[in-house]
Every structure is written in C-alpha cells, then in structure tokens.
Ligand binder design. Structure first.
Ligand code: NAI
Length: 462
C-alpha cells in the first residue's frame, strides 16, 4: 500500500495530463490504468489511430487524383491493408510509450490494473488498497448501444472494430452522421468501399453551423458517400457474415433496408463509470449517467473529483485535458479556469471542418445582432495551388462592437487555422484585430484574415 496526494483513475488525455500537472505542482501522484498501454481511448482506439488511417487514405486520394496533374508519374497506388494497419499500430505505440516516458520523467506512478473506490480517500487496484487525499475520476466514455443492433466488432462494429477490420469491406453502412461516422466513413470510401450513412436528423453533424453542415455534406457526396437522411435505424441482423440494416423514414414511417459487409454504429458515446463503486459511495450522477460536479470538478463526496467524458460537456480529448490541468491546479491551491465558450471542435475529414463559439443558429436563437465575414478558399493562392480551393472561413462578430463571437472553417488545415480565432476570442478581440494583423503570404491563414476583413470594409481577394 502506498500513500499519495492524488490518485487519478484513467490515463486518457484527461487523466494523464492531470497526473503530469499534479507532479509539476509538487504533488505525489499516481495514475491507475488497466489497459496494457497508457493513453486511454484517444491514443489506443480513437483519435490517434483514426488520424493515421485518415492520413494514409488522404495520401492515396492525392496520388489517385492529383499526382498526374502535378507531373508525378506512377499514380496507380494499390493498398496493402495489413501494412496500413501496421503503420497505424506503430503510430499508437509511439504515442502510448511517449506517455510512459513522460510519467517516468515526472515521477508519476502507474498503478497497473482497474481501479475502484471502496471509500473516500482509498483506491483499490487488484488486491492493493492505496491511500489518496484526492481522487480524480477520469474514466472517459464508451460507445452507446442502439436497440436491435448487436455489436460483434467483426461485422457490426463500433469505432474500435472499425480501426482493425480483417479486410476492406465492399460496402459499409454507417449509422449516425456524427464525427465518428463521417471520419471513418471517409476512410473506407477512399479505400473503395461503397459507404452509406443513415442519419436520424435532417442535417449531418448535429450542432454544427447550418451553412457549414450543408457544404460539408455536398463535399462528402462528391467524394462518393451516400446519405439516407431523416431515418431512424430499427435494427441490424447478421447472416453468414453479411449484415442487413433496417430503418424507418421519419417523414412517412416507411421502412426500408440496406445490405452491407460491415456496419459501423456511430450514434454517440456515454460515460464509462462501471466498477468504480460510485453508487455505494453515493456519488451523485445525472440522468445521462454523467458524474455531477461543481465548477471545481468536485463531486458531492469530499476529496473525489471527476473530469472529461465522465462529466457534462462536449466529449472531446482537449476539453478533458483542460479540465485535467484545472483540477490539478485547483488541488494545488491555484485558481484555474476553463473557458467553455472557446473550445474548438474539429472533424478530421478531407477537407477538415472546425468551429469555435457561436453558430448563426445559436445567435439567432439568442436574438443577438451579428455580422458575418466570409472568405472562400478559392480566393486563396496557396489553396488553389494545392487543389484545396473548396470551402470557406466564416467569422461571426457582434454587429455593434465587432467582438468575435464564433468562427467556422471548412477547408485545408481547418483544424489548425481555428486556433488563431480561439486565441483572439480568449483575448476578447474584435474582427478588426485579426484584420489588422499581418499574415504571411502565401498561407491558408490569409483566408482567416480575409474573413475578418469581410466583417469590416470588405476582403481584398474576393
Ligand atoms: P455524435 O453524437 O457526434 O453523432 C451521432 C449521430 O447519430 C447523430 O447525428 C444522431 O442524430 C445519429 N443517430 C442516433 N441514433 C440514430 C438512429 N437510431 N438512426 C440513425 N441515426 C442516429 O456521435 P459519434 O460520432 O458517435 O461521436 C461520439 C463522441 O465522440 C462525440 O461526442 C464526438 O464529439 C466525439 N468524437 C470527436 C472526434 C473529434 O473531435 N474529431 C472524433 C471522434 C469522436
């Protein structure tokens, strides 16, 4: 048995970042992880492996579609699926061992095994019970199930199974046009699968700025993805390794079905808190299974905190990381703050889609007066040279004060470009502040400046 200032349960982006921050602040800290490797869902079966497959298949697309125009010969690329998966696994390994190195460097103890909390101040891992003044639950989330659809991770898969399919399916039905469905749907469409996405709502990516969602869907259709919108999936059956997905159209209640080699269930995730013993402890939970916390991530039980996907808010690795740092700093006596109004969201498709802050829809709902500054990547020299002219930057600013309220980007490197606007928003900047900042030419970032200019007297290149 060992005694710690802080024990963190879970080593995903929330947990491992929190552990490192605790150590940096002079606290004696341990992190409990039952997987073979550190990093949680994100590094092992989520963000990182999916980005490896997205990158590989984007290269394939580039080779198939744009190489010849650039004078590059030998454009026919064939796919060695086993090698592609090996590259993905190598990427995972580099990242998970990187966390192990950081733990050693910062003197964070890794308690190997699944943790539970027998009582406040104690964490049980295997047969050992450790003491901790503070316990942080960072156990993340798991795929939520869909009635009538049984996941076997072979024919009917979640994102986990979709990252290690035995072979590339000829046909893939994706249930849910959210982030996971569209990222992984794109991967398999580029690998030659016929991909059909079935979505309950009438628009893809719920919560997204409407104009961006429409443009995004048009681009995905151009890439070969098919959509069945306004359809509720009723069930999936598997016979001799082939699946049939049945759905009901909301507009007229008519039923239809689709055959598929593989079905990806991507209808959301739910907090993962099984086996922690929270019920016996009396930790308050919401109706959605999230651990209830106050503004300092404290639960109703003294000394027990929770962060990341296990609590309320967007299920994003970087949101968990920020909360992980904040909870550590709070325990160390500092006064941290997470600005939930400036948390970017990125969809890593090709092109990428990113957003921060308000959408036009949310501003209208609040009855706020705003202006829109928009700039198309068609007017950006760098984008044109790189076959990336499709898409735009859109900045929403307060009509009177010019303060930036939100931004939405669909286009090349959108996931990186958004951070200029995040920093500006964090500093309470006006669109004019970005417009008056010199941006290097030729860069994609110029499109952000041009959108900011469009909030004022007008963009130059449009
Ligand atoms: P999601 O919540 O983003 O999307 C689920 C979609 O499924 C919704 O559009 C919903 O209307 C639809 N749906 C639900 N039930 C249905 C039914 N019976 N029939 C048809 N459609 C149905 O969930 P997703 O994509 O599974 O992602 C889970 C979480 O992981 C999200 O919070 C997401 O933000 C996060 N994530 C983030 C990534 C990123 O930041 N790039 C990457 C992957 C996941």
């Amino acid at each position: 048995m060992a005694s710690y200032d802080v024990i963190i349960i879970g080593s995903g982006p929330g947990g491992y970042v929190s552990a490192i921050r605790c150590a940096q602040l002079g606290l004696k800290v341990a992190c409990v992880e039952g997987r073979e490797t550190l990093g949680g869902t994100c590094l092992n079966v989520g963000c990182i492996p999916s980005k490896a497959l997205l990158h590989a298949t984007e290269m394939l697309h580039e080779a198939q579609h744009n190489f010849s125009e650039m004078g590059l010969k030998g454009k026919t690329q064939s796919v060695d699926w086993k090698q592609m998966l090996a590259y993905k696994d190598k990427t995972i390994g580099q990242n998970t061992s990187g966390i192990e190195f950081l733990f050693k460097k910062n003197k964070v103890d890794w308690l190997k095994g699944w943790g539970s909390i027998p009582e406040a101040g104690k964490v049980k891992v295997g047969d050992d019970v450790h003491e901790a003044k503070h316990i942080v639950i960072a156990t993340g989330s798991e795929s939520s199930s869909l009635p009538g659809v049984e996941v076997d991770e072979k024919t009917v898969v979640t994102s986990t199974g979709a990252l290690e399919l035995g072979k590339i399916p000829k046909s893939l039905v994706v249930i849910g046009a959210g982030v996971i469905g569209l990222e992984l749907g794109s991967v398999y469409a580029r690998l030659g699968a016929e991909v059909t996405v079935i979505e309950f709502l009438d628009a893809i990516t719920p919560g997204q700025d409407g104009e961006v969602a429409k443009t995004f869907q048009r681009m995905l259709k151009k890439q070969g993805l098919k959509f069945v919108m306004g359809a509720a999936v009723q069930g999936a059956t598997v016979k001799s390794g082939k699946a049939t997905v049945t759905y009901k159209l909301r507009k007229d209640d008519s039923e239809a079905s689709l055959p598929a080699d593989t079905v990806l269930v991507a209808t959301g995730r739910k907090p993962y808190t099984d086996g922690l013993g929270l019920e016996a402890l009396g930790v308050e939970m919401s109706e959605r299974g999230q651990i209830k916390t106050d503004a300092h991530y404290a639960t109703n039980i003294k000394g027990i905190y929770a962060i990341g996907d296990a609590i309320a808010g967007p299920m994003l690795a970087h949101k968990a990381e920020d909360e992980g740092m904040a909870v550590a700093e709070g325990i160390a006596g500092q006064k941290p703050h997470v600005n939930y109004g400036v948390i970017p969201g990125v969809i890593y498709t090709h092109p990428e889609v990113s957003s921060v802050g308000e959408t036009e829809e949310s501003l209208k709902e609040q009855g706020r007066a705003y202006k829109v500054g928009k700039f198309s990547f068609m007017g950006n020299g760098r984008a044109k040279a790189n076959f990336a002219g499709d898409g735009f930057v859109k900045i929403l600013a307060d009509k009177t004060t010019d303060r930036i309220l939100g931004a939405h980007i669909i286009g090349p490197m959108a996931g990186d470009l958004i951070h200029e606007i995040c920093v500006a928003m964090e500093f309470g900047a006006a669109a004019e502040d970005i417009a008056r900042t010199c941006h290097a030419h030729p860069t994609y970032s110029e499109a952000v400046r041009e959108a900011a200019l469009a909030c004022g007297d007008g963009s130059i290149h449009m």
